[in-house]
Design a protein around this ligand. Structure first.
Ligand SMILES: NC(=O)c1ccc[n+]([C@@H]2O[C@H](COP(=O)([O-])OP(=O)(O)OC[C@H]3O[C@@H](n4cnc5c(N)ncnc54)[C@H](O)[C@@H]3O)[C@@H](O)[C@H]2O)c1
Length: 254
């Protein structure tokens, strides 16, 4: 699908990989809606790219419905959904003091990363399926943001890995479901990227993380993630696939 002129939605678009994706989509001529629970940062990014911002919590159906309706009123029906919003956590299943990990922590991460992504995707897909087909029968494209932790999760990453593994697992069945509607679904599994969270770490820690990447031995650039996200939109034969974007990184146990 050609990006120019399309109405596109980016969750987590206020920061990091989502922000880079929103900027790249706008650069390529899309009308971009930045959906994020951080309304202030979302508004700042949207203003800079000539887009629109919507305060939205992907786990809250009413909030998602309102954002989808608002984005449609501002930019017309969306055919592109970039799911980038996500949170992390690190908790060993048995803590150093011998107590079990709090179940709420596991549920919170799975609720945002997996259930929240599914929530907005189902609502987007139902709207998109009603649109006229473009040339070649295509109606829309969705991307999920997983992580290499879906495959090589480290110590303490059960919740995060389970949530990202869930996105990997639902990619193909969702692509199969939506094939009849001409909507493609792909997932990107990033390695280690230079987003605000990582850039706050001490320089030596950043360097050691970068050195663990075979080639290139540096943190990924958010713009590299955004380029792949946009390529998924423009390459009409990419569907039902999970793409690692990690410089050949395979995470060690810790
Ligand atoms: N940075 C990395 O190295 C890396 C690696 C692998 C995967 N990822 C994944 O990429 C995505 C983006 O990561 P990032 O580093 O850019 O993080 P980030 O914290 O900079 O951005 C995440 C954004 O998501 C938003 N968000 C969180 N929960 C939300 C919710 N319930 N509803 C709406 N918005 C919500 C936050 O407000 C924030 O703006 C995440 O899904 C993360 O798991 C990042």
């Amino acid at each position: 699908m050609k990006i120019e002129g399309q109405s596109a939605l980016v969750t987590g678009g206020a920061s990091g990989l989502g922000e880079a994706t929103a900027r790249e989509l706008a650069r390529l001529g899309a009308r971009v809606a930045v959906l994020d629970r951080n309304a202030e940062l979302a508004a700042k990014v949207a203003a800079e790219i000539g887009g629109a911002a919507f305060a939205c919590d992907i786990t809250d159906t009413a909030s998602v419905e309102a954002a989808l309706a608002g984005a449609e009123a501002a930019h017309g029906p969306a055919r592109i959904l970039m799911n980038v919003a996500g949170i992390g956590s690190a908790k060993r299943i048995v803590g150093k003091d011998g107590s079990p990990a709090p179940l709420e922590d596991f549920a919170r991460v799975v609720n945002v990363n997996l259930i929240g992504t599914y929530n907005i995707s189902r609502l987007f897909a139902a709207r998109c399926a009603k649109l006229d087909a473009l040339d070649g029968g295509e109606r829309g494209v969705m991307m999920f943001t997983a992580s290499v932790a879906a495959f090589d999760g480290q110590v303490g990453q059960q919740a995060y890995s389970a949530s990202k593994g869930g996105l990997v697992g639902m990619t193909l069945p969702m692509a199969r479901d939506l094939a009849q509607h001409g909507i493609r679904v792909c997932t990107v599994a990033p390695g280690i990227f230079a987003t605000p969270l990582l850039l706050e770490l001490p320089e030596p820690v950043q360097q050691s993380l970068a050195a663990s990447i075979p080639f290139p031995p540096r943190l990924g650039k958010p713009s590299e993630f955004a380029e792949l996200a946009c390529h998924i939109v423009t390459n009409g034969h990419l569907n039902g696939e999970v793409i690692r974007l990690d410089g050949a990184l395979r995470m060690s146990p810790r």
